[in-house]
Ligand binder design. Structure first.
Ligand SMILES: C[S@@+](CC[C@H](N)C(=O)[O-])C[C@H]1O[C@@H](n2cnc3c(N)ncnc32)[C@H](O)[C@@H]1O
Length: 364
């Protein structure tokens, strides 16, 4: 059990977690200071005790306070949030008195948000490693139309990967895919010994599945996804907002369901069944939330899809040891892997590692 699994049940426990958060994220000027403020303030720390079981973490109250200033941008507290002011960083000075006042003046609504929400992420810059995975998985089938299925898709932002401009920069140059004039610009460093050349397949059909799909057309949902992004890192918010603008008129379908138990049905419902269809399923920081004993069932489902000779690929960006059949790499980074079925035969390969938000990739 990690220390993150130990949930506080009283104000002292919340304050201990807040102190740990402040020291772990000392480089984030706003969130470090807010966590320090929480650690020394019984009244504000107590608001977090309304969280659902298992959700009592500093990030949840930080998201609820961020949500408050996104809803009420005229509050004095809002001036400290780069996500509201558009500044590159929080101004000099102490944000805690204004944020504390906002929290206590709106205690009822903050408590309500904490009681009814869990933190939720959908990181657009993961398109960097997704593009690298798609390039590798489609290398032997460059012209086959892909049926793309995302497990644990959240709002489905990664299903829009081919509508974003994605660039990998290496020591010897750079490679880009996607529309040149795309609103969303994703970028990462290529640390591979042999620099990659990105190439996206043509996507003929796409769908996601999530236990709690986030609807991009619902303003409250979008604001909560924004609130869960850390305002100290405004580039992530800018990308998120650009992706929402890009996809909102015609968002990818994300079905409500279990990414293991409902996978077969989700795939069957989206297949094009054209002669050279390539069924491509991906999981980015999602399979890790599924109970370990359930994960091998994904392989069984895909084996079944591939049984008639349909080419199937399962690309994964998950922590080491998460994906059934993928060899351990014994590194703390996100592990990139591909499990392929070609003519019914399965092969499994570790492709490399990456930063969890796509800041860099390293393929072997
Ligand atoms: C950390 S988010 C990652 C979202 C997205 N894949 C990304 O990389 O930005 C994990 C997502 O998995 C979903 N999830 C967790 N367990 C699931 C399950 N058993 N079935 C479907 N979705 C699940 C959560 O609701 C959440 O939206």
């Amino acid at each position: 059990m990690s220390r993150h699994d130990i949930q506080p049940t009283d104000v002292t426990g919340v304050q201990r977690q807040a102190r740990e958060f402040a020291s772990e994220y000392a480089h984030l000027s706003l969130y470090r200071r807010l966590a320090e403020g929480l650690a020394g303030d019984d009244e504000v720390a107590a608001l977090l005790l309304s969280a659902q079981p298992g959700q009592t973490r500093p990030v949840l109250i930080l998201a609820a306070l961020h949500d408050l200033v996104l809803r009420e941008p005229d509050l004095p507290a809002a001036q400290w949030y780069p996500s509201i002011t558009g500044a590159a960083a929080s101004p000099a000075g102490d944000p805690w008195p204004d944020v504390r006042a906002a929290a206590l003046d709106h205690a009822e609504s903050v408590r309500e948000v904490i009681a009814t929400h869990t933190t939720q992420t959908n990181e657009v810059n993961r398109s960097v490693y997704l593009a690298a995975l798609l390039t590798a998985a489609c290398a032997d089938l460059p012209d086959a139309p892909v049926t793309l299925v995302e497990q644990g898709a959240s709002a489905g932002l990664l299903l829009g990967v081919d509508r974003y401009s994605t660039t990998l920069v290496s020591a010897s140059g750079q490679t880009s895919v996607g529309p040149r004039d795309a609103l969303v610009r994703c970028e990462g460093v290529d640390r591979s010994a042999a620099p990659l050349t990105l190439r996206l397949p043509s996507v003929a059909a796409r769908v996601g599945v999530d236990l709690h799909p986030a609807d991009l057309r619902d303003a409250d949902t979008v604001r909560w996804l924004e609130a869960c992004l850390w305002p100290d890192l405004p580039v992530r918010l800018d990308r998120f907002r650009a992706a929402v603008r890009t996809l909102a008129a015609d968002p990818p379908t994300v079905r409500s369901g279990d990414m293991v138990g409902d996978l077969g049905e989700v795939i069957a419902g989206v297949r094009t069944r054209v002669a050279d269809e390539h069924v491509l399923v991906f999981s980015s920081w999602a399979l890790t939330y599924v109970e370990r004993s359930q994960r091998p069932r994904v392989v069984d489902v895909l084996e079944h899809v591939a049984a008639d000779g349909t080419p199937v690929s399962w690309i994964t960006a998950e922590p080491d040891g998460c994906v059934p059949g993928l060899p351990l790499v014994d590194r703390p980074e996100t592990v990139l892997g591909v499990t392929r079925w070609r003519a019914g035969r399965r092969t499994v390969d570790v492709l490399g590692t990456c930063h969890p938000h796509g800041e860099w990739v390293e393929l072997s």
